[in-house]
Design a protein around this ligand. Sequence first.
Ligand code: ADP
Length: 445
Amino acid sequence: MAQVLLEKVTKVYPGGVRAVDGIDLAIGDREFVVLVGPSGCGKSTTLRMIAGLEEISTGTIRIGERVVNDVPPKDRDIAMVFQNYALYPHMTVYKNMAFGLTLRTLPGPLWRITHPGESRKLRAGIDSRVREAARMLDIEHLLSRKPRQLSGGQRQRVALGRAIVREPAAFLFDEPLSNLDAKLRVTTRAELKRLHQRLKTTTIYVTHDQEEAMTLGDRIVVMNDGVIQQADTPLNTYNRPVNRFVAGFIGMPPMNFFDGTLRASGGGLSFEEGPPPGRSPAGRDGAIGPAPGAQETVSSGPPELTLPPERFTLPMAQLSPGALARLGKWVSKNVVLGVRPEHLHLRPPAGELADAREGGVEFAPMRTTVNVIEPLGNDMDVYFKTSLHDPVVARVEAQSGLRVDAAATLYVDLRKVHLFEPGETGMNLSLETTSPATEPAHAIA
Ligand code: ADP
């Protein structure tokens, strides 16, 4: 078992594509780390560089104590599992699992003839490792089958088994569940997690699926454009995203972003929907798209015909002292409010109202119009619009009484909102403390 260390690792492909841009990452011994991000963000390239399947342009990769920059893949003591299983079609399951071990453990045929006793002992060792892995993965009954006689899920288990028998220093997984149907993906995901709890082998796992990342990883590394945005525990990336990119990538449905202005009010701060006066709401950095019905009072036409849109204002009543100090210089400037769909309520939760009466404002109203209702069973996703933002999605308990095109008041849980700098990767200004996004998770308080 081993830790894996990446120092200033960069990959520039021929033709100039900078797929990975100077990343630093320390993966601890026994840790399960998931690299996640949208397609093209550089996660597979990172994994392939660790595996030795892709040369690194600059930087250093260590596995254990050893710098492996120039070590061929077969000597890196890692086992990789691919999306397409990569099984040998003409070999049985048993042979697929044993083959790599046989190659590594047993010297050539002449040695086997001259050392029959040792050869037998090594073969017995390989046999017990294959059978133990097969037992663990519940594929003992398939050992004599060929891959074409297996389902997708069974093939993936064989690929896993082949990795397990190697007892490597680290497992590398490249989207291993992508070819499975949704139900099988969920059950195999749980099995992978159990397997890691049992084997405790350092694991680096690539996926584009944020839910898979959240459920599997001890730590998840969110990447974008070849750069690590945040390397942190799943809950921290959800509760304390360091920037708008992470906030929007982690969580489903994604976080709602509102373009607006920070105001000083009554000794505190408030967020006012829409840009500072004199600026057009659409097309600016940080804006989330054209704002329907958005019109400034200074627009052309008689003033009595162009009513200003009814912007919502929310008191920022729950900011920490650190955030308040940082936000001082953002007063009267454009900021972006982030609210997760699950933090918009159709009424303030009953149990929480008492707290609200005692301890300041915790839920504040936002006036909206209902656009679309999507029932999900127990819950429903409701798409709303405000005067400047469309769509705004809320995940609420299934209930009747909402009508499309009718007005509705949403209650924003002020304890859970975020304020970001404008821009795709705008920093989260409302965290108690901020750290550079590439620092390891535990450094982000
Ligand atoms: P991800 O796994 O996050 O989808 P990749 O690591 O596969 O992303 O790719 C990162 C970037 O590098 C993308 O822009 C991709 O087009 C580019 N890329 C990947 N492989 C090659 C290659 N062999 N040659 C040139 N560019 C590549």
